[in-house]
Write a protein that binds this ligand. Sequence first.
Ligand code: PBG
Length: 323
Amino acid sequence: MSSFPVTRLRRFRRTPALRELVRETRLAPADLVYPLFACPGEGVEELLPGLPGIGRRSVDLLCEEADAVHRLGVPAVLLFGIPEEKDEVGSGAYDSDGIVQRALRAVSERVPGLVLLTDVCLCEYTSHGHCGLVRDGEVENDLTLELLARTAVSHAEAGAHGVCPSDMMDGRVGAIRGALDGEGFEQVPLLAYSAKFASAFYGPFREVAESVPAFGDRRSYQLDPANLREALRECELDVEEGADAIMVKPALPYLDVIRAVRERFTLPVAAYSVSGEYAMVKSAAAAGWLDERRAALESLTAIKRAGADVIVTYFAKELAEWL
Ligand code: PBG
């Protein structure tokens, strides 16, 4: 091994072409998933200040956005829904005519080649804003499983190409896999939000999705941000229960978790760069403190370098335009 002056690492940094040649990590639109929020109505586009450029769209406008992002080379979207009404048991989540189910039918007709993933959770649909059924002030695990399974099946029936449970109930992956298989959807993959942390970075999302818990917080079901080993156990259990891919969420504050999951498992690994990560870059850029494009590219490159195969990001559309 030679050292300076024989070795000079700056040689390969001298020009853009040389740097490009030895670049170890490359982001491409093909790596990205774009989250979309469906809401009732027609011609509705409600942009929200916490998530610049992202908003709730009625199904007609959501189809246009899905088409635009697909044309830019982004292969997949992740659908969320804001229902007309919420109730104690989150009925809107598993209604065959629910908002996500309607969006699925419309987008699959309008944008055939686009991969349609759905977020499977009750929090946007419950009046109390929790991800499961509430009994005596506690989020009930086992009773919630059946509702999550029904939600996933109804998404598959409406044309989802993959379902992504984000609720963090114990046993949901097995329950959902069993229900899908029982209904003839054994070919629909399950991408589990396996290592989902109880994070402060979900703030802007909860505004868009109107899913702020009415009481308490999500710490009795989402992971403690301090725990890496427990995150790996969550992944292990999800793999045993039949997950086809596993996700880490948020992404940027959890690069060590992404790396550890990548090293430990052979499944595809996804990372969700959440609303707060996006809002931080957007707001600092708006204040003139950061170069938005460079900060976004750097952050998402770091997530890929840490080991994510797939990145869910609100920057997907802009990034596909830049790349
Ligand atoms: C639903 C869900 C949440 C997010 C994705 N799915 C919110 C939460 O758990 O409170 C957050 C996404 C984001 O912040 O971008 N459970």
